[in-house]
Design a protein around this ligand. Structure first.
Ligand code: CP
Ligand code: NVA
Length: 306
């Protein structure tokens, strides 16, 4: 077993490159990897709702010949019915990989500190690294090289934006983030991504000028304005984020062959206009499919089954 995957940089640059190459290979020839994890058991825990992650990770696990155990917070009571560290120590006796979707990133760190098996982040308040793997896999399907590609993320500087910043910087990409003042990415993540980009030839540009930051970019990316757990703020945010909707006018400022991505679920008419998500240069459903290929690649990598 080789380490946890709580944030993208846990893989290291070589590891990220290896997982992305493996994800493309798995997609190209899934049969070659069938049974690669025979006899392994993968826990998939959800403290929040999920469609893509829940299904793509379970299907990926089964396709690799491993056994998935899906758990919900109402049965486990992570940190409530039982202390996080005890849940980790118990599940570690049964399972080979512990994949968790949680509200508090600190709970992932607690699990990782008390389990020998790799702990995988299936989304936390801080990051969504499995999403970033699929995001980069999808970008790579449309560009010769990730390095030098410019991605502009428009909207809330959230978990998805954080992982995109770090993964993009590790891959030598130019990552721009346009958010309303006060809703940009966590400054600590921006500092980390900027430092990584300085080594890879990438760059990080964060601000509130959406048209300026979208101008000439290769990929336009957005996500919901209020994430799971922030529903009470949704109405107030709607007004504030209105100028950050990715509509046809904003999308037209990107490069003529620019693609549109969204981690989904999407709120049409809020963060993205119907004509953009349905545009012939929108690849959001390929991106959703790639969650499955990328998770297979991650499992193979983390369990040393490559
Ligand atoms: N993109 C994503 O993680 O979707 P789910 O919340 O449906 O898993
Ligand atoms: N930022 C969103 C992503 C959902 C996949 C959320 O955390 O709800």
């Amino acid at each position: 077993m080789s380490g946890d995957f709580l944030t993208v940089d846990d893989l290291g640059r070589d590891g990220l490159g290896a997982v992305l190459a493996l994800a493309a290979a798995v997609k190209e020839n899934p049969a070659r990897y069938a049974g690669r994890l025979e006899g392994k058991r993968v826990g998939l825990f959800f403290e929040k709702p999920s469609t893509r992650t829940r299904v793509s990770c379970e299907v990926a696990t089964v396709d690799l010949g491993a056994h998935p155990v899906v758990l919900k917070q109402d049965e486990v009571g992570l940190g409530k019915r039982e202390a996080v560290e005890d849940v980790a120590r118990v599940l570690d006796r049964y399972l080979d990989v512990l994949a968790f979707r949680v509200f508090r990133h600190v709970d992932l760190e607690g699990l990782a500190a008390h389990a020998a098996a790799p702990v995988v982040n299936l989304l936390s308040d801080l990051s969504h690294p499995c999403q970033a793997l699929a995001d980069l896999q999808t970008v790579a399907e449309h560009r010769d090289r990730l390095a030098g590609t410019t991605v502009t993320y428009v909207g809330d500087g959230n978990n998805v934006a954080h992982s995109l910043l770090v993964a993009g910087a590790m891959s030598g990409m130019h990552i721009r983030v346009a958010s309303p003042a006060g809703y940009g990415p966590d400054p600590a993540v921006v500092i980390k991504a900027t430092a990584i980009a300085a080594d890879t030839g990438g760059s990080v540009d964060v601000g509130d000028d959406a048209p300026g930051l979208v101008s000439g970019c290769d990929v336009v990316y957005t996500d919901v304005w209020a994430s799971m757990g922030e529903e009470a703020e949704a109405a107030a945010r709607r007004e504030l984020f209105e100028p950050y909707r990715v509509d046809a006018e904003l999308f037209s400022r990107a490069a003529p062959d620019a693609i549109f991505l969204h981690c989904l679920p999407a709120h049409r008419g809020e963060e993205v206009a119907h004509e953009v998500i349905e545009h012939d240069r929108s690849f959001v459903f390929d991106q959703a499919e790639n969650r499955m290929h990328a998770f297979k690649a991650l499992l193979v990598h983390l369990t040393g089954a490559a």
